[in-house]
Design a protein around this ligand. Structure first.
Ligand code: ADP
Length: 309
């Protein structure tokens, strides 16, 4: 059995337009790196975190520690781990910064423990880590980060996650303005009531999007990437959202919406050339602002957390 396990934990886009709280996908272009090893101290030690030093290193406050603890509790083990986190995904990014650490942690710990759990079972533990980030054990980032591809969270009680492989030529462009929006705060902005007519359009779009993914029907994916409920309420948090969306659609994206609770915005595209054109369009809009930003162009990852060594 390996003494050290090094993993790459990808970023992810949740909500995906119409799929608020039930849909997400993993992207390969950016992610955290983590190295785990067993220790004999019966406790977790999180080393100073590279990249974003302000994150908590106390295991009960860091999503990585909380997720591993959930796994150990289920297993009835008090195994200790040394945990190194190299963060590349800014916390509060809307591209699953917390999920990446939680998912990477449980996949690596499971590997060191001799794989007592399947990847699908690990989603539950990664999800528990999210409680430390937003107070809520949600799986729409955790599931695709652990499993890869698109993931539908059909139900929580019991957890029922359905994975769909991404169509081969589906590309994603994400712009990440370097401002922080906390999931908790973006959630508080939402009205608890939904208009029935809007809900009906949303159900139609979710069904269309899932069918489009299954059939690799890019046109149907594009038509279905509409959100009539959440985007309107949250877009006020995102600078330049309307201009960005307009420019991206003009450049040929299939669709565009807020990634997670923002501030990141994603666009899906058919093929790399379209994705590059969309990236330039995003760049043109944001280069006129004073807000620093990063743009990632990547295929949708069908892998989820990858074991590097
Ligand atoms: P994101 O969508 O980028 O994950 P969240 O608001 O859901 O953003 O999570 C960020 C919060 O989670 C921050 O308050 C951060 O302090 C907390 N957190 C705890 N551990 C980690 C970690 N290992 N990586 C990222 N965020 C963490």
């Amino acid at each position: 059995m390996n003494k050290n396990v090094k993993v790459f934990a990808p970023a992810s886009v949740s909500n995906v337009g119409c799929g608020f709280d039930i849909l997400g996908f993993a992207i390969d272009g950016i992610g955290d790196e983590m190295i785990l090893s067993k220790n004999d101290l019966n406790k977790m030690i999180i080393k100073p975190i590279e990249g974003y030093e302000n994150l908590p290193t106390e295991p009960s406050k860091n999503v990585a520690g909380v997720a591993i603890q959930a796994l150990l509790d289920d297993l009835g083990s008090n195994q200790g781990f040394d945990i190194e986190i190299k963060k590349h995904i800014k916390p509060g990014s809307g591209i699953g910064s917390s999920s990446a650490s939680a998912a990477g942690a449980v996949v690596a710990a499971n590997e060191l423990l001799g794989k007592p759990y399947s990847r699908k079972e690990l989603v539950y533990f990664a999800m528990q880590g999210e409680v430390a980030a937003s107070g809520d054990a949600h799986a729409d980032n955790a599931a695709p980060t652990v499993l890869g591809g698109f993931c539908i969270v059909r139900a929580y009680d019991p957890l029922d996650v359905i994975q769909i492989e991404s169509p081969k030529n589906l590309w994603c462009v994400v712009i990440h303005p370097q401002i922080e929006i906390k999931t908790k705060e973006a959630r508080e902005l939402l009205s608890p009531k939904v208009d029935l007519k809007k809900a009906i359009r949303q159900w139609g779009n979710v069904a269309g999007l899932i069918s489009g993914l299954h059939q690799s029907d890019y046109n149907l994916i594009g038509r279905s990437l509409e959100d009539h409920i959440v985007e309107q309420q949250r877009k006020v948090l995102i600078p330049e959202f309307n201009n960005l969306k307009q420019a991206v659609l003009k450049a040929g994206a299939l669709g565009c919406s807020i990634s997670g609770s923002g501030p990141s915005v994603f666009a899906l595209c058919e093929g790399e050339d379209k994705a590059k054109a969309v990236s330039s369009a995003m760049d043109k809009v944001f280069s006129k602002t004073t807000i620093p930003y990063f743009i990632y162009v990547s295929q949708v990852s069908n892998n989820g957390v990858r074991i590097l060594e």
